[in-house]
Ligand binder design. Sequence first.
Ligand code: NI
Length: 463
Amino acid sequence: MSAETPAPSAVASPGPVWPQIQQVNPADLAHLDTYTLSDNARRIHIVVPQLTGHKHLNDHLQQWANRHQEDFLQPPTGHTGEEEVRARQTPSLTATWAITGISPTMIGFYLESTENPRGYTTTDRNLLWYNPTDGKIVSTNELLTDTAKAQLPGRVAKALTEQKVNFEEGRLVSSLEDGSPAIGFTARGELYIGFDSYSLATGYIGAPSVAIEIPDESWLTDAGKAARSASLTPDSAKVPTAPVTSELELAKRGEGPMVDCRKEKCVALTFDDGPSSHNTPKLLDTLAKQQVPATFFVLGTQVKAFPEIVARATEEGHEIGSHSWRHANLTALSGKALKKDLADANKAIKTVTGAAPTLLRPPYGAFNSDVAKAAKNADLALVMWDVDTLDWEHRKVKKTVEHGQEATDGSIVLMHDIHETTIKAVPKLIKELREEGFTFVTVSELLGETKPGKSYFRAPHHD
Ligand code: NI
């Protein structure tokens, strides 16, 4: 709760004394780090906070810093680059930060950049609320209920008038609607709203901020309540060192590297021969409920018949590989027919998912050097398996689970989503493997970068 350093805006903006956002002690936040862009020749110094282990957050904060630097260096229209460099000798760009709240589910990062291009100081404020438990950025619009949003323009207008700010009403309303002001809380628990320069008026009126008394709880959403309590009673004891995000959510966000299979015990569940109109949607329901990503090796003919199921699987974070066009034994096809088969399957998949597959599981696991060469030409790595559930043969739930449990760290497990018994076995298998400490990943997450034409049976063991 200490405020050892003055609020950035108190230093940067001359004129009226604007309300300040709460600042909590950043030293309380373990794993805090900073990212700095510094260019003394151009008078740029930007610092943003970073939180070790929270990649998604750190990327966001770095993007904010990079964007401000780029905008600053962008020559305004009518200037040539040379003139602009000269014109930029005096101007400067400084960005600094403060922590406005800390709790296991909400951390508030206040960012403020000040620039003086033509003698004026312009301020850009940002409040980045972050849930360190699920790894999601919370937009300022999510803090307030509709009740609050309906009353806010009137309240803010009143507060600005009291501060003798010459604002334009239309600009105020649209600024609040698009969620661009920094929204947090003052040390007294009022709602803090900080505007950017020129966001409320065409002319220069500084960068106003207001403090609005919150009438009752009906103004704040759950996220808003969490942000307020993180501001007023900061609690840094149980902030997770990395977000506890489900594997499926990570796969969906394309943040695979956050699951490091060199360190974690990973397994990839794979399903061949689908999609099946009846069984695959049930499997997708299970995977969504369990938040487990999987890899589907689909047949081109099935994709063409049930495109919406493949689209759903992609949408929900699963990986789609090719199982050929029509399940032919690829080793028996002529060169030309082989080439066409793989191309047709790739095309069918790309049409639905938007991306050509990078993985091929040859039907029956049958391949030779011709198949490998054709796969290489079609940009496909060959993906086999090291754990075979034999689900297609015995069609027994219990046996499917038992075989699946033979998985070791780095295993690729073979199943078929065309069999009802397999669909029934999956929740039990997930439960067993979770208890053994496995993390579920897609094949591409498991193997990392794959080489077209090369065959893979599993990921290497690690210590
Ligand atoms: Ni098959």
